[in-house]
Ligand binder design. Structure first.
Ligand SMILES: Cc1cc2nc3c(=O)[nH]c(=O)nc-3n(C[C@H](O)[C@H](O)[C@H](O)COP(=O)(O)O)c2cc1C
Length: 196
């Protein structure tokens, strides 16, 4: 099984990357193949709304760093998307990539019961970190994106959410957040061994 992680923060040692790393390390320990993409280091364009992926092509017509990520996500069984909250939403780096995931939709995506070209059964973990300690702030973010994760065919989705963290590494010093990530990982990679 392969696990692909996308790091949406520009900080490689940041809080969202750190918790995504907890899941990646658990996957490695369970013998899974893993690959991590640091979006901030890559060069790619956003969706050009050319609709080539709906009119003849079954993939995005653009050829840049996002091409490889789109292929890796399509081949993965577990995908980890991680992003800090920037102005109430995901980072620009993540959104720029995610718009390219529009190419996963079939031409009849507006009416189809199964509108995704992705193979069924994929699992997804979303890591969200924010400076604001009140969890009622930005609790709309994940549900908004999760609708689209489900439309894209991710049958099982999980949220790892960190609030009130700012400096890199803070989340990894908070046992409750690390445990949350470990529990999600345990549910994915070691059946029946969830730490209650
Ligand atoms: C440009 C920018 C915008 C931000 N906007 C918000 C925000 O709207 N709400 C919030 O709670 N934190 C906001 N933050 C703080 C980050 O979400 C927070 O520090 C987060 O834990 C950083 O994640 P990272 O360590 O993975 O990079 C912002 C930070 C930056 C740099």
């Amino acid at each position: 099984m392969s696990v692909v992680a996308l790091i949406g923060s520009p900080r490689r040692d940041g809080n969202s990357a750190g918790l995504a790393g907890v899941v990646v390390e658990a996957a490695k320990k369970a013998g899974k193949t893993t690959r991590t993409f640091y979006l901030n280091d890559l060069t790619y364009r956003g969706c050009q709304a050319c609709y080539a992926c709906k009119q003849g092509l079954d993939h995005c017509v653009l050829s840049d760093s996002a091409t490889e990520i789109l292929e890796a996500v399509a081949a993965a069984e577990v995908v980890i998307f991680s992003s800090p909250v920037y102005f109430g939403d995901v980072t620009g780096q993540f959104k720029l990539f995610f718009d390219r995931a529009f190419s996963y939709f079939t031409p009849d995506y507006r009416t189809a019961a199964n509108p995704s070209r992705l193979s069924p059964g994929k699992k997804l973990v979303f890591v969200q970190s924010q400076g604001q300690p009140d969890p009622t702030f930005f609790d709309d973010l994940y549900p908004r994106y999760d609708r689209f994760f489900k439309r894209l065919g991710f049958s099982e989705t999980h949220l790892i959410r960190v609030v009130g963290v700012a400096a890199p590494g803070e989340a990894l010093q908070r046992p409750e957040f690390v445990r949350e990530a470990e529990n999600v990982a345990a549910g994915l990679f070691s059946q029946g061994e969830v730490d209650w």
